[in-house]
Write a protein that binds this ligand. Structure first.
Ligand code: PLP
Ligand code: LYS
Length: 416
């Protein structure tokens, strides 16, 4: 079931006509569906019902406090990568005992902040980070729970910018060095070694690489146990892909069951997952208005009011996201358009070569925009970032107001 669907030729988000949202809140506008977020979270959680587990939603995918609060109410954990994300989870009412802290460059201040919140675990990516956490914990008279992020050296077969589990990537500790680094961690006085984690990349559309990575991790868990280092959780990271166009990723249930099957007989190991995109991407759309239709010699352009500063994935990764009309006009002729924004860059496009039946003033919806959409937005060209809306059946919540011009130079000072 799709919570973004047409009723009487008009796109709805759950029970709300998105035309009304655009009229009331303006465009560009991000619109999320609470029911979709919840359904995606439950798909992971329910599939793991037979194994001790924790779903730690990857906050980076969509860190809006409204989104986080919906997931916190379901009992979700959170995977964070900065003190800022931790502060958002606190603000949203998240349970600190279900927070894991990933990322290659945690500062002493961020470590202290997280230690004082008693988070579940630090996912440590290097030896110097291990030493740093040990020092900060010692200074605070605390013991830091840690997991080591192992780089399993498997090819996730995804876009090179978002592949993270190869030796050539900056992430994690090489598999060959894992035992040595675990031994070091175990010897440090202010650390408690409780887990092992990995994350091999994002937008993966095949279960194979996940299972290969898990096999490699489990072999290490056994080797560690042989050396007297027993851990209590295994975190397989995030990375499950979604359908943007014609990709056929496994359903979260299928993916989670494949992972859980490998964990049979290891019920003492809590299984942690950190899905981001698979929960948020298809729970959101971005609405944009056609300002002008421009016919060139070689191309037609639909110049819209959203740009690469609002949604950067097409420009950054040549990512394809569906662009659909808010009102269907079966009577109109279609033409091929590049859907472009007003920013002064040739790379400013939302979609290329799209068949659309449009006129200026029409509204379009960019689908799959709930993950890595607003969170990657900027103010480039001094543009206000869009508002964000959460629809819950027929109720509309403004979960972030549209920026106003004054917000854009907050903290700046002119010379007198
Ligand atoms: C450590 C870690 N966990 C989880 C995620 C979430 O990934 P995805 O949104 O692909 O599920 C990421 C981002 O790729 C990550 O770096
Ligand atoms: N931002 C990326 C994914 C990066 C994943 C972060 N670890 C995207 O839009 O696809």
């Amino acid at each position: 079931m799709d919570y973004f669907s047409y009723k009487h030729h008009t796109l709805h988000a759950e029970d709300v006509n998105v035309n009304d949202l655009a009229n009331q809140y303006g465009t560009p506008l991000y619109v999320y569906s609470r029911a979709t977020l919840e359904r995606h979270w439950h798909a992971f959680n329910d599939a793991l019902a037979d194994h001790p587990h924790l779903i730690c939603y990857a906050v980076k995918a969509n860190s809006n406090i409204g989104v986080l609060s919906v997931l916190a109410k379901l009992g979700s954990g959170f995977d964070i990568v900065s003190g800022g994300e931790l502060a958002r989870v606190i603000e949203a009412g998240g349970d600190m005992s279900k927070v894991v802290f990933s990322g290659v460059g945690k500062t002493p201040e961020e470590i202290e902040f997280a230690l004082n919140q008693n988070i579940h675990c630090f996912n440590v990516e290097s030896e110097p980070e291990l030493e740093r956490i040990n020092d900060v914990a010692g200074r605070l008279g605390k013991v830091a729970p840690i997991s080591l992020r192992i780089n399993p050296d498997v090819d996730a077969k995804t876009h090179p910018y978002i592949s993270t589990g190869l030796k050539a990537n900056k992430f994690g500790i090489a598999r060959e060095r894992a035992i040595e680094v675990y031994t070091l961690a175990h010897s440090l006085p202010n650390l408690n070694v409780i887990g092992m984690d990995c994350h091999i990349g994002s937008q993966l559309t095949d279960t194979g690489p996940f299972v290969d990575a898990l096999d490699r991790l489990l072999a290490l868990v056994d080797e560690l146990a042989g050396k007297g280092i027993e851990i209590s959780h295994l975190d397989v990271g995030g990375g499950l892909g979604v359908t943007y166009k014609d990709e056929t990723p496994p359903h979260p249930r299928e993916y989670a069951q494949a992972i859980a099957a490998k964990m049979k007989g290891r019920e003492h190991l809590t299984l942690i997952m950190e899905p981001g995109r698979a929960i948020a991407a298809n729970a959101g759309i971005m609405l944009t208005k056609v300002e002008f239709v421009k016919s060139g010699e070689e191309k037609n352009f639909a110049i819209v009011d959203a740009a690469m500063n609002d949604l950067i994935r097409p420009s950054l990764y040549s990512a394809w996201q569906a662009i659909i009309p808010v009102t269907e006009h079966p009577d109109r002729e279609t033409h091929t358009y590049d859907v472009v924004g007003p920013i002064c860059e040739t790379g400013d496009f939302i979609g290329k070569d799209r068949e659309l039946a449009i006129a200026s003033g029409d509204l379009l919806a960019v689908r799959s925009a709930g993950a890595y959409g607003f969170v990657m937005a900027s103010n480039y060209n001094t543009r206000c970032r869009p508002a964000e809306i959460m629809v819950d059946k027929n109720t509309v919540h403004v979960v972030r107001e549209r920026e106003i011009l004054k917000d854009l130079w907050k903290g700046e000072h002119k010379l007198t």
